[in-house]
Design a protein. Structure first.
Length: 192
C-alpha cells in the first residue's frame, strides 16, 4: 500500500506513538507489517527469517519512534530503511541463506477464473521473473523491488538508499534492460 504523501492518519498515529501510546503503534504495525514483510521476503526469500526480521523492524521502530521526524515522506520510508539495514546485517552474519521456491511466496497465485494450465503458466512466469531479478546486482534488485513491487517513488527510494534520484533512475534503466535480455532469452516478453 504505497503512500503518495505522509497521511494525516499516519501522522496522528506517529505523534501518539511518540507520546507513548502503544495502541497507536499497534495500528501502525497493522498498517505497515505486510508491505515490510513482503520487502524483506523478496530480499531474503526465506519465510521464517523474513518474519523474524520484519518483526525486528517494528521492535526497532518502537524503540526509536521518539527520533522519527516527519519530513514529508511516508512513515513507511523510515520503516523500509530500518528493514534494509537489518537485511544487510543479516547478510553480513549469514552466508548460507536458503532461497525459497517462488511457490512459497505465491501459494495462492491462481485466480479462481483461471484454468489449472493458466495457473501453472502464471506460476512458471513468476518463477522466471524472480530468477531473473536474482541475477541483478544487490543494489539493482533493491531498486526494482522498491520501485515495482513496493511501488515507492524515486524520491522515497533516494531517502532510503541515500542516493540521488538521477542515479536511481539510471540504475533502474540498466536493471530493466538486463531483465528484458534475460527474460527474452527464456521466451518471456512481459517487460514493456
Amino acid at each position: 500500500m504505497p503512500e503518495a504523501t505522509f497521511s494525516q492518519a499516519s501522522s496522528q498515529l506517529v505523534a501518539r506513538s511518540k507520546a507513548g501510546d502503544r495502541e497507536a503503534f499497534a495500528k501502525l504495525y497493522d498498517e505497515y507489517f505486510a508491505v515490510i514483510y513482503r520487502f524483506v521476503f523478496l530480499k531474503l526469500r526465506h519465510k521464517e527469517t523474513s518474519e523474524d526480521i520484519a518483526q525486528n523492524v517494528f521492535l526497532k521502530a518502537l524503540s526509536a519512534i521518539g527520533t522519527f521526524e516527519e519530513r514529508g515522506l511516508p512513515f513507511s520510508s523510515w520503516l523500509y530503511k530500518i528493514a534494509r539495514n537489518l537485511c544487510l546485517d543479516y547478510f553480513k552474519k549469514k552466508s548460507d541463506v536458503v532461497v525459497a521456491e517462488p511457490e512459497i511466496f505465491f501459494p495462492n497465485i491462481a485466480d479462481e477464473k483461471m484454468t489449472a494450465e493458466e495457473s501453472f503458466d502464471l506460476q512458471e512466469r513468476v518463477g522466471r521473473l524472480l530468477r531473473a531479478i536474482d541475477s541483478l546486482s544487490d543494489e539493482q534488485k533493491e531498486i526494482v523491488i522498491m520501485r515495482f513491487v513496493q511501488e515507492l517513488s524515486y524520491e522515497e527510494i533516494s531517502k532510503i538508499l541515500d542516493k540521488s534520484e538521477e542515479s536511481l533512475r539510471a540504475q533502474n534503466y540498466r536493471a530493466m534492460k538486463k531483465l528484458k535480455i534475460i527474460l527474452k532469452e527464456h521466451g518471456e516478453t512481459g517487460l514493456g
